[in-house]
Ligand binder design. Structure first.
Ligand code: PLP
Length: 496
């Protein structure tokens, strides 16, 4: 493809993409294809001779689009949304054109410096405490990761290294000696990462990757599925009894099941009770709901992160208008990351890195090469402005509340199972034989639901019927033994 062919092909692709967005509301959200549908449609071997772009593009239309689940459809109300906007697509185009895998500052100073600037912009937009800014005295800062799972695995490894180092140094051993290394290996099997049973599975996976144990704190419907201080204390005390060392705690702002928010203040108070518990690395996973922090009325939540929180992550690609992937991770102390991850062979050395005056993001993440993702975040923030971003969040919140009101107005049929939180409504179909399963009188109209086979069966039937029609896509889950339907109203194209 030469420059003129590229120009024509790109114009045609852009036209097709715009048409796709225009028509996506009319498309069936779930594809009507069976597993294996694609193989018979694609030649067994790659073409020997070049093909025309028009042929390739036609195949996107006839072979790919019919097999897509349309995440951008306003009828996609499953999981959490994956947002995309025109400015973020433009950012991807430039990033692809530059393809500069800037692992060190020298590899492309604009990529590194734009990432640092944009991460500070995002931190300010979310009203994160000063300690997470790159300009903070405590040397905090942010880095863009592929996904929340990558971010979480990365900080769990950093947390392990920090705690092991503290424990070994406390024994009076000198670093980089055989005794130090041996002691590290003795200490590590006692380490435990802790999260609630509502925490995303990436926390357990992070502990697995870090080669440590994992224990979970039970969450209950009576606590709105939030992690509470007393339930955490029970797990910490059990670890003490078992001779284990908790080193990482994952808290969530917006769990995947019900979008519950863990009780940060109570939990931090519990961690103050013992000196060893104060050494636990506290992480806040706000992968989805963290986006709401751009709106002033939610920023009070971020005040809880000013003290006692070591790191925070949020996926702009879920609800904040940037396409996948744009997962932002902030740490209070960048040296916690770089001490764990900086391995510098001669071929990566250069005078700027050696002087220590520049950021080399390869030491803030697992991968070496990295995409220029800051560009699309910069484009989106400039194209929308903070006011546009706030309006987007508020629209979703209003729709979620409206949907919940509609469900509640049919309390003869449905029960709201947990408090509606950041556009997620969690409901079940009532057991008609069980009138006692009504609202518990709380102002938010939440029923204190108990496991109930009839309600489970009816809810599952309704859920399967809706998805089988393919017009609307929703997901279901089980919380505290209760089968529920989740409906998410934060899709950017969703309308009343
Ligand atoms: N954390 C929470 C709360 C999530 O809801 C999810 C995914 O939905 C993740 C982490 C994992 O996100 P990712 O796909 O970016 O790894």
């Amino acid at each position: 493809m030469d420059r003129e062919q590229f120009r024509a092909a790109a114009h045609s692709a852009i036209d097709d993409i715009v048409d796709y967005f225009d028509t996506v509301p009319e498309r069936r959200v779930l594809p009507a294809v069976d597993p294996g549908y694609l193989r018979p449609l694609i030649p067994e071997n790659p073409p020997a001779d070049p093909e025309e772009w028009s042929q390739i593009q036609e195949d996107v239309d006839t072979k790919i689009k019919p097999g897509l689940t349309h995440w951008q459809s306003p009828n996609f109300m499953a999981y959490y949304p994956a947002s995309v906007t025109y400015p973020s697509i433009l950012g991807e185009m430039y990033s692809a054109a530059f393809t500069a895998p800037a692992f060190n500052w020298l590899c492309s100073p604009a990529c590194t410096e734009m990432e640092t600037i944009v991460m500070d912009w995002v931190a300010k937009a979310l009203a994160l405490p000063e300690c997470f800014l790159s300009t903070s005295e405590n040397r905090g800062g942010g880095v863009i990761q592929n996904s929340a799972s990558d971010a979480i695995a990365t900080i769990i490894v950093a947390a392990r290294e920090r705690r092991v180092r503290e424990l070994v140094l406390a024994k009076g051993l000198k670093e980089a000696t055989p005794e130090y290394e041996n002691c590290k290996m003795e200490v590590q099997p006692r380490l435990v990462a802790i999260a609630s049973d509502q925490t995303h599975s990436s926390a357990a996976k992070g502990a697995l990757i870090a080669g440590t144990r994992f224990r979970s704190v039970t969450a209950r419907l009576e606590d709105n599925m939030e992690m509470t201080g007393p339930r955490l204390r029970e797990v910490l005390e059990q670890c003490d009894k078992d001779g284990l060392v908790p080193y990482h705690l994952s808290l969530t702002m917006g769990t995947t099941n019900t979008c519950s928010v863990d009780r940060f203040a109570d939990i931090k108070a519990v961690l103050q009770e013992k000196p060893e518990w104060q050494r636990i690395w506290v992480h806040v996973d706000a992968a989805y709901a963290g986006a709401a922090l751009v709106a002033d009325e939610w920023q009070y939540i971020a005040k809880d992160f000013a003290e006692g929180v070591d790191s925070f992550n949020m996926n702009m690609h879920k609800w904040l208008l940037v396409n996948f992937d744009a997962s932002v991770l902030y740490v209070r102390n960048r040296f916690d990351l770089t001490n764990a991850l900086d391995i510098t062979p001669t071929y990566l050395r250069n005078p700027y890195s050696d002087m220590g005056t520049v950021i080399d993001y390869r030491n803030w993440s697992i991968s070496l090469g990295r995409r220029f993702r800051a560009l699309k975040i910069w484009f989106v923030m400039r194209s929308y402005g903070l006011n546009g971003m706030k309006a987007h969040i508020r629209k979703g919140i209003d729709l979620g509340n409206l949907f919940t009101e509609l469900v509640r107005s049919r309390s003869d049929l449905f029960e709201i199972v947990t408090k509606t939180s950041f556009c997620l409504t969690v409901l079940r179909v009532k057991n008609p034989q069980s009138p006692s399963n009504g609202a518990n009188g709380s102002s938010d109209g939440v029923s204190l639901c108990k496991p109930d086979e009839v309600a489970d069966g009816l809810t599952k039937k309704v859920y399967e019927l809706i998805n089988s029609r393919g017009e609307i896509f929703i997901t279901s889950t089980i919380v505290d033994g209760v089968y529920v339907i989740r409906v998410v109203s934060s899709n950017p194209l969703a309308e009343e």
